[in-house]
Design a binder for this molecule. Sequence first.
Ligand code: FMN
Length: 223
Amino acid sequence: MTVRAHLSPAAVLLSRPAPAGQAPPFPGEAPDTPGPLVLRWLREAADAGVGALQAATLATVDGDGNPDARVLVLRDVSPDGASWTFATDRGSPKGRQLAANPGAALTLHWPEQARQLRVRGKVTAGSREEAAAEFRTRSPAARVAARTGHQSEALTSDDAYREAEAAARATVSETPDAVPAGHTVYTLHAGEVEFWQGSPDRFHQRLHYRRTDDGWNRRRLWP
Ligand SMILES: Cc1cc2nc3c(=O)[nH]c(=O)nc-3n(C[C@H](O)[C@H](O)[C@H](O)COP(=O)(O)O)c2cc1C
């Protein structure tokens, strides 16, 4: 048993030191589009050894207007920072939510650098060709996982999963590039991108881009 075993959730949650890191540039010195800064922060996160820099929280809205959120893999960002792509099954809850309401937010948190990226916009589903191209980048195990299916349905037994997995493995072995019916690449078209840099004195630095008809507006936000 560790020394923390007696601590309450609140005591554990609040026991971390204040974050620190290098601030984003001021608006006048920042690039015209968020893209170059996204790329710089991604590279710096990789250099800093951020554990899961590709893990992004996707927030959507369900049919009752209630928020839903889950972590997924961010697969790409366009050079201007306007397009953010991820892949999932369009029959999953998030896929159905996006079909009914394309408004979404993506959030990345890189704790080693006290950094957060926030992106909001509308999501569109890609073509079968895009899904096929993305599917071909996957390892055999990741293809099997995507093909096993039934995401977020009630699981009644381990056997039910193992049977579906075995069938998926057989299909991937026979036809490795065959794309599962629901496999879809989604693009979030950013209307807003925010760079958040934590500071130990709590004067956290925030650089916010908003997309306009002519390009991007840049401004700082209060912490
Ligand atoms: C690190 C991490 C990466 C994940 N990557 C994906 C992903 O790329 N695609 C996906 O559909 N689910 C991914 N998941 C699982 C989702 O968080 C979620 O459980 C699943 O997609 C079902 O979500 P839904 O019921 O809201 O549709 C990932 C989970 C974690 C923790």
